[in-house]
Design a protein around this ligand. Structure first.
Ligand SMILES: [Zn+2]
Length: 250
């Protein structure tokens, strides 16, 4: 029989876990990505300000940013561990894993690997060919797809998003929207709401059952430009670092 103290603790934690309406930003890049400079605390502060309950951290080819965010996120913010993995056919987002999947493997192989480890797969900006969308290759991995990003706030041409939505509707796949935030100022432009417990499994189940509602708003063109500048800047920094390391090892 648990003592009073334990009971109170248990009651409080189950209270915390009660299902409620959650506002989620499912596609966020941090400074762990090659094309973002967003500090984790800036993302948290913006999320608090804009009343975002769930942060899906999806850095390019690494889960490190998401793990770091999970360690420091304050009470009231649930972090989904994600990574946007580059395959030879384009990008996929994998949630629910604590390990980073290898990049540049074949699409099917990556999906198999992700599923074997218990991952949840969302296809980001599938028909945006300029941004590594996998397009109709989705047909090869239909059974592995848990949801399709049918609205990406960075897609400048509505056509890309429309095609993604038509594909998801045709194949009966759950739909989500992604802010694809590379700057913390973009957090919450595009959100999804679900009624779920504020924890990973419950949230992913709710998305899978098609119960999320999108609130889609395009981010301004200035963020596309900013993204390009950050990419160049960080690539330059990396090249410098490489040279420095090479000269240090001489
Ligand atoms: Zn992205």
């Amino acid at each position: 029989m648990p003592d009073k103290k334990t009971r109170v603790k248990k009651e409080t934690s189950s209270e915390k876990k009660a299902a409620r309406k959650l506002v989620m930003d499912l596609h966020i890049h941090t400074l762990y990505s090659i094309d973002s400079e967003s500090e984790l605390h800036e993302i948290i502060d913006t999320a608090k300000e804009r009343e975002i309950d769930v942060l899906g951290i999806t850095d390019h080819n690494t889960v490190e940013g998401a793990l770091h965010m999970k360690r420091i996120a304050p009470d009231g913010i649930t972090v989904l561990l994600g990574q946007e993995v580059k395959t030879t056919e384009g990008e996929i987002i994998v949630y629910g894993l604590e390990e980073t999947l290898p990049k540049k493997k074949e699409l099917l192989e990556t999906c198999r690997m992700a599923k074997e480890r218990g991952g949840f797969i969302i296809i980001p900006h599938p028909f945006d060919r300029m941004r590594s969308g996998i397009g109709n290759r989705m047909l090869d991995i239909l059974n592995y797809i848990d949801a399709v990003e049918v609205f990406n706030a960075h897609n400048r041409l509505g056509h890309f998003n429309n095609k993604a939505r038509a594909f998801a509707e045709k194949h009966g796949l759950p739909m989500v929207a992604g802010s694809d935030s590379h700057s913390y100022e973009e957090i919450g432009f595009t959100t999804n709401t679900v009624v779920a417990e504020p924890e990973e499994k419950s949230i992913l189940n709710a998305i899978k059952s098609g119960n999320s509602v999108m609130v889609a708003k395009k981010s301004g063109f200035k963020y596309n430009i900013k993204l390009g500048i950050i990419k160049l800047k960080k690539k330059r920094q990396l090249r410098k670092l490489k040279k420095l390391r090479a000269s240090a090892s001489c």
